[in-house]
Design a protein around this ligand. Structure first.
Ligand code: FE2
Ligand code: FE2
Length: 213
């Protein structure tokens, strides 16, 4: 089915379904969980709490990625850009599912504010997309670089023994770098200040909240 065959109402319903799938459903990964063969080392209570806080941040990051990509895809002009965005969103679904699995293993849960994060990111995606495909792809590059940087911080900060979270984060980091490269090659423009600075501020706020709630 191509996007040309879909009416605006169809597109709206597809978007609503994607949102519900991200927020209320149990996303299914296409690839195996990278931690599947890694030992689940016993963590003490404070290590577990810290690991869960970081994995909840990563889970929120993936909820935001879904919102951003679906928002951008909804208004992308070029069918190739749209396809590119939806392809990246599929890999983000793997990340979402792996983070949800790990949160469950750590006896924790996703952020209570996921509907808020999703709605905010979707709106940002639509706004970016309306400015044209170069901007759209520029947002992808900036987002992916920021996510990559915070995944690096998490690899530093996770308890040494949390090997399973580490395996998941390593694969996510490689995927995010590839998403950024692809968007760059597809013609992303470099976002001018203050956009990257505002995105960093929003992501720091998100991280501070999602670590606990
Ligand atoms: Fe991701
Ligand atoms: Fe990504």
């Amino acid at each position: 089915m191509t996007s040309r065959a879909l009416s605006p109402l169809d597109l709206l319903l597809v978007d609503a379904q994607n949102a519900l799938g991200t927020l209320a459903g149990r996303p299914v990964a296409r690839r195996p969980n990278p931690a599947a063969d890694t030992a689940d080392v016993e963590l003490d209570a404070s290590e577990r709490r810290h690991a869960a806080g970081l994995m909840r941040i990563n889970h929120v990051g993936e909820v935001c990625a879904q919102g951003l990509y679906f928002g951008q895809a909804a208004v992308a002009r070029d069918p190739q850009t749209r396809e590119h965005l939806l392809e990246a969103a599929q890999e983000e679904t793997d990340h979402l599912a792996w983070c949800a699995d790990r949160l469950e293993e750590l006896d924790s849960r996703p952020s209570l504010f996921n509907p808020f994060w999703y709605a905010g990111s979707y709106s940002l995606g639509v706004l970016a997309g309306l400015r044209g495909d170069g901007w759209n792809l520029g947002f992808v590059v900036e987002t992916e670089h920021q996510v990559e940087a915070h995944l690096d911080e998490h690899l530093e900060s996770l308890p040494e023994a949390d090997l399973r979270s580490r395996e998941i984060i390593k694969v996510m980091k490689a995927d995010e770098a590839r998403h950024a490269d692809h968007a760059e090659q597809a013609g992303a423009r470099v976002l001018p200040q203050p956009i990257p600075a505002l995105m960093t501020a929003a992501s720091n706020f998100m991280k501070a909240v999602a670590y606990r709630l």
